[in-house]
Each structure stands twice: as structure tokens, then as C-alpha cells.
Design a protein around this ligand. Structure first.
Ligand code: ARG
Ligand code: GLU
Length: 655
């Protein structure tokens, strides 16, 4: 009996409707949160954050490229984002003679700034609840889902066309929030002449590499600097030498006062994707199946890469970018799985669903959670096959190259791919039942008798490689993807009801829509955390820690000599580098401005701590922390390393 009560108490504590500092809020609706923000220290108003009538902070924030955030820091279009967000552009400008990735790049005047074809930034002009217009003409009793979708598309297309009608560079999108219970129109202005101004050497911008990724204590100078250019009329224009620096409606002032534990902060940016309201079965699948299996498969691939990268400097260069992208999610999933277990998310959700079902009896929400459980039971084996394809056979470079007819020998090392072929084909074969495999695969498996023999044939003979590649890709896209898509659609349809039901069931709770790369505000405070028993992490790191980590023999910790020299000169021991806060962020928030109570720039968001990465599913205020670059370290690097402090002339500093 006692045990039951204890368990109930644990569940109860974990079920607080909205935990402190959780949430990614829509700027246009921030007036609903402004009271709480001000109570926690915020000094400005809702209109300062978002306004369509006057310049507001939203006018200083952009979607940078396709998946990062950036912020305006001068009235001449100067922009800050992360080094890892600018990475591919810095890379494209790099050559053996000018290795800007390795050495950094600093334009010493505007004529030296480098254009980046294809790179765009988007400013939000306005956002608007268009639910009524999007659903205009919808008759639930008379229309099926397909007709509903067709109607939504028609109404949305009209809204978008009207929104972009007059105006150079305007783009519009209509986004479903809360699984289609609400629709918002977003109107952007997109600029397409964005030039590289500065980037630190990778030994600063990527300091700590994969070793420190997702970790605290952190000392990464993860920033790069760009400038937006416009036509003479300040409107978007294709790259042209005659273009002029864009004059933003608003740019951020830079605070040199710094941060300390407890300070209010908020993050203004474009978080990509979260799933805060999903069913326990969906969480169970992620925690018990998806995360552990994908982690194990990637551990194998990373091990193969690392073995060869450790043996050869040339291979290390070839595979460092591939290694980084495989390692990034691999490490995140480990933190996520652990965090889900530690927070008992599955039993907590199961208990919630039980209480929801009791409440829902006799309402239109009756049976919703059971339907979700059934749909997941039907989907999960198929979805597992889907994930296995993507994590095993579809990662074999030989099979990708022969299919696309693009043979990138520059960043290709065949021994890695051959070993990967054997390991991934074996894992695929052993993990999945034969019904998920193409007949061609089953025939050839019998014919060759071993993966080794099959590998030799595939790497020796283009036709053999092509046949296997086609068989796997075709089976994936015709026999695996369609049923998964269909089941996911059915699931999302039930979520539309379940979401609405949850909002009625917990009518006191403040809901926020899952992230979908639309502009959001997250707020919280500077705070350390306890990663494990007996350890407390302070929230601010300093240059002293970089010197402590410095090791010329370890690639990730080999700092540029100039940093050693500066440190040796003395006076910079306490130079702040990064800090932690409780802002609820996710992928896409990279490069987001981190602002203080007065709305001035104190940092640039670039990561989360891995113990808290389950915040994409459930937020734990004790452990979920975003990691920001302290803007004062950015200024330090510009001046002391880049000698580009002429850029300070166009910035506005406050204390
Ligand atoms: N973990 C950060 C993010 O998810 C940084 C990734 C890039 N850095 C790296 N070391 N792989 O984007
Ligand atoms: N580094 C991530 C990004 O590129 C942000 C980290 C996170 O997932 O919070 O957006």
C-alpha cells in the first residue's frame, strides 16, 4: 500500500501541468506570457517582442539558411549566427591556399566580404491566426479527411497568394499547429545577398569537436558573422556588387555587462521539431527500440570510421564532416534515452492517459488513447523497418554513389565503406524479418552465402552494386514508406482529437504548440545543474578552461597558438566563454540570440546539455539547459584573434 502511495506521489510531482521555464511561445501571442516573463525579471513589453505597427525585436531575428537562426547587430545588416551554421559556406570559400575553416576568415573592409550563392535569410513580417479562414466551408458531418485536406489546401493557397501579392521578396506559408487544431499564416521577406564577414579558426569555432559536443563544461567559440545586402531601395535583390548593406527595422544592442546565475534570459529563434504531447506508446518506442537500436548501429559505423581516421590524417580530413553528422544525433539520442527513463516518462504518461480516458468517457474523446495505442502497435514494426533501412543499407556510400552516378572520390575511403557494407548489411539482415526485404536480397543472400563474398562482388562490379542499390531503394520506397506514411497520417488524425482533448482535460494548463521551425520565444534563467550525484556544474565557463583543455596532441583540443600567446600575456583568465540557462530550445535554435531582461544581446545559443535532450519530448527543469556562447567571448575573438575590431564601430554597446 505504502509503495503505491509513494509511486502516486512521484507521478504527481512529475505531472505538474507546466514546469517552470518550459515552453516555446508564439511571438504574436506573447501577451499571454508577458505577465509571467515580467514576474521573472523581464523589463520590456509584449509589443517590444512582437509588433506589426512598430519596429520590435522580431525584426532583428532571421531564419538563417534552411535550419538555423541569426540576429541583426548593426544598422548596416551585420548578422551573427553559429560557426556550425556558417560552416558549409566557409568551407566553400576554402581552398588549399586559403583554408578559412582552419585559419579563420576576417574581411578587413566591406569589399572583402564574400558572397554565398544560395544562402538566404528570412525576416518575419507578420504572423496571424487564420484558423477560421483555412477551415472556411468545412462541414465535419459531410466531409471526409481527404476533402478536408483539399479544402485546407485551397484556402491556404489563396491566403498565401494574397499575402505575397505586393511586395518584393515576400514569401508566405500556412502552418498547422496543435496537429491541425489551429492554423497560422506566416509572411516573410527573404533576402538573398548574404556575405561572409568573419569566422574564427575551427580550433575556436569548433573547439572541443565531437568530444565536447552536447556537453558541459563547454568552451566552443561557435559563431560566424555575415552581412545582409539589399538593393538601393533596401529590398531583396540578387547578388550584385552595387547592392548596399541592408538597413534593418531593428538591430540588437550588445550587452557587455555579462550574465550571472539567476539572471533572466530569453531566446528568440526558430526551433525545428518537438513532440511534447505524444502517447506513451510513442515514447516507449523511442526509448526502448528506436534510440537504442540507432545508437548501436551508429556506434558501429563511428567505430569503423574512427579506426581509419586514427590511422591516417588524410582519412581524418575526408571523414570529419561525415563523422560529425553521424555523431551528432548519436550522442543526442543517448542523452534522450537516459532522460526519458530517469523521468519515468512512459509510466507518467500511462497514468495520465488513464485519467484522461476516465474523464473522456461519454465525450467525443472517448477511446482516443486506445486508438493511438492500437495504431502504434500496427505502425511500430513497420516503422522499425523504415528506420533500419535508413540507418543501415541506405547509408552505404557505394550504393548511394552508383545510384546517383556521382562518384565523390575526394571524400571517400573505400576500406571504411567496405567494412561498413558488411556490418550494415548483416545488421539489416539479422534485425528484420524477411518480409521487409526485397526478393532480390533474399536470392542473392542465398547465392553468395556470406556478406564478405557479396561485398567483394558489389565493390568489384558496378552492375552488381547497381542491382542491389535499386532493389533496396525500390523496396524501401514502394513497400516500406507508403504504409508508414499512411499509418502516420492516421495517427496524426487521432492526435488532432487527442490534442484538443488534452486542452479541455487540463483547461488550466498553458499549452504551447510543438516546434515546427516557426519563430518562437523561450524564456528562463541562467542556471547550473547537477548532472550526477555529488557533481554541480557552474553555469559560466572561462578562458582558463580552454587553457586547461589545450593539448596539441588531441585534435579537438589543439587551440591556435595565438590564443596561448594572448593568455600568456595575462589578464584574460576570467574571460567568459559560454553559459547555461533554462531556456527550452531544440535543433534550429542554433544561432538564436540570447537576450537579457532589457532585450540586449548577451549570448548566441548553440547547443543543449545531453542529459537534457529529452526536452524534445518532456522538459525537466532540473536538468534541461541550453548552451550559449557568451557574446563577450565573440567580441574577444574578433579583436584579439581576428584583429577585426573595426566592426565594433557599427555595433551598439550597453552595460
Ligand atoms: N550539437 C549541436 C547541434 O545539434 C552542434 C552540432 C555541430 N557540432 C558538432 N560538433 N557536431 O547542432
Ligand atoms: N546545435 C543545435 C542546432 O543546430 C542546437 C542544439 C539543440 O538541439 O538544442 O540547432
Amino acid at each position: 500500500m505504502k509503495k503505491i502511495f509513494l509511486f502516486a506521489a512521484i507521478l504527481g510531482a512529475a505531472l505538474q501541468p507546466l514546469k517552470a521555464d518550459e515552453g516555446m511561445w508564439l511571438p504574436a501571442l506573447i501577451s499571454q506570457r508577458i505577465g509571467d516573463m515580467q514576474a521573472k525579471g523581464f523589463q520590456l513589453t509584449a509589443e517590444d517582442i512582437y509588433s506589426v505597427n512598430q519596429a520590435s525585436l522580431k525584426d532583428a531575428v532571421v531564419l538563417f539558411g534552411s535550419g538555423c537562426t541569426g540576429e541583426l547587430v548593426s544598422d548596416a545588416g551585420l548578422l551573427f549566427t553559429n560557426h556550425h551554421c556558417g560552416y558549409s559556406f566557409i568551407q566553400r570559400h576554402s581552398s588549399v591556399e586559403h583554408d578559412y575553416l582552419k585559419d579563420g576568415f576576417w574581411a578587413m573592409n566591406r569589399s572583402q566580404e564574400l558572397p554565398n550563392p544560395g544562402l538566404t535569410v528570412r525576416f518575419l513580417e507578420r504572423m496571424e491566426d487564420v484558423t477560421a479562414t483555412v477551415l472556411k466551408g468545412y462541414k465535419p458531418a459531410k466531409m471526409d479527411e481527404e476533402q478536408r485536406q483539399a479544402l485546407i489546401k485551397k484556402n491556404s493557397d489563396k491566403l498565401k497568394a494574397d499575402a505575397v501579392k505586393e511586395g518584393n521578396g515576400l514569401k508566405a506559408s500556412v502552418e498547422a499547429l496543435y496537429y491541425g487544431n489551429q492554423y497560422f499564416l506566416f509572411v516573410f521577406r527573404e533576402y538573398r545577398d548574404v556575405r561572409l564577414v568573419g569566422a574564427p579558426p575551427s580550433s575556436i569555432g569548433k573547439f572541443g569537436g565531437e568530444t565536447d559536443n552536447w556537453m558541459w563544461p563547454r568552451h566552443t567559440g561557435d559563431f560566424s558573422i555575415f552581412r545582409i545586402y539589399a538593393g538601393q531601395d533596401n529590398m531583396p535583390a540578387d547578388y550584385n556588387e552595387a547592392n548596399v548593406p541592408y538597413r534593418p527595422k531593428k538591430s540588437l544592442k550588445i550587452s557587455r555587462a555579462g550574465v550571472k546565475e539567476g539572471d533572466f534570459t530569453f531566446v528568440y529563434g526558430c526551433p525545428g521539431s518537438t513532440q511534447e504531447y505524444i502517447h506513451s506508446e510513442a515514447v516507449r518506442y523511442i526509448q526502448d527500440v528506436s534510440d537504442p537500436e540507432k545508437i548501436a548501429l551508429r556506434t558501429t559505423r563511428l567505430g569503423l570510421m574512427k579506426k581509419h581516421m586514427d590511422q591516417s590524417q588524410a582519412v581524418r580530413i575526408q571523414y570529419s564532416s561525415k563523422f560529425a553528422s553521424v555523431a551528432n544525433a548519436w550522442k543526442k539520442w543517448q542523452g534522450e534515452e537516459k532522460g526519458l527513463r530517469k523521468n519515468k516518462v512512459v509510466p507518467v504518461k500511462q497514468d495520465y492517459e488513464k485519467r484522461f480516458a476516465e474523464w473522456a468517457a461519454g465525450t467525443r474523446y472517448e477511446g482516443v488513447t486506445d486508438r493511438l495505442a492500437q495504431l502504434y502497435a500496427a505502425r511500430n514494426p513497420l516503422y522499425r523497418a523504415y528506420e533500419y533501412y535508413r540507418e543501415t543499407v541506405l547509408t552505404i556510400e557505394r550504393l548511394q554513389m552508383v545510384r546517383s552516378n556521382r562518384f565523390n572520390t575526394k571524400d571517400y575511403y573505400r576500406p571504411i565503406d567496405e567494412e561498413s557494407f558488411v556490418a550494415m548489411m548483416t545488421a539489416f539482415d539479422q534485425a528484420l524479418e524477411d518480409i521487409y526485404k526485397p526478393p532480390y536480397f533474399l536470392d542473392k543472400r542465398a547465392q553468395y552465402g556470406s556478406m564478405e563474398a557479396w561485398k567483394d562482388a558489389v565493390f568489384a562490379d558496378d552492375n552488381e552494386a547497381k542491382a542491389l542499390s535499386d532493389a533496396l531503394n525500390n523496396h524501401f520506397s514502394t513497400a516500406i514508406v507508403p504504409p508508414v506514411t499512411e499509418l502516420n497520417q492516421s495517427i496524426n488524425l487521432v492526435y488532432r482529437d487527442y490534442m484538443q482533448g488534452q486542452m479541455e482535460f487540463e483547461n488550466e494548463r498553458n499549452f504551447y504548440p510543438d516546434a515546427n521551425l516557426t519563430l518562437r520565444v523561450a524564456y528562463g534563467k541562467v542556471a547550473g545543474y547537477r548532472p550526477v550525484d555529488a557533481v554541480w556544474y557552474n553555469p559560466v565557463s572561462t578562458l582558463r578552461g580552454i587553457i586547461e583543455k589545450d593539448n596539441p596532441d588531441i585534435f579537438d583540443y589543439n587551440i591556435p597558438q595565438v590564443l596561448r600567446d594572448i593568455y600568456a600575456r595575462g589578464g584574460f583568465e576570467d574571460q567568459p566563454v559560454c553559459f547555461l540557462a533554462t531556456n527550452h530550445t531544440t535543433g534550429g535554435n542554433s544561432g538564436s540570440p540570447v537576450l537579457n531582461a532589457d532585450g540586449n544581446l548577451v549570448g548566441i545559443n548553440f547547443d543543449r546539455v545531453w542529459e537534457g535532450t529529452m526536452s524534445d519530448l518532456v522538459y525537466d527543469p532540473e536538468i534541461c539547459r541550453n548552451i550559449s556562447l557568451d557574446v563577450r567571448y565573440l567580441l574577444f575573438v574578433i579583436k584579439e584573434v581576428g584583429h577585426a575590431d573595426y566592426l565594433f564601430d557599427e555595433m551598439v554597446f550597453v552595460d
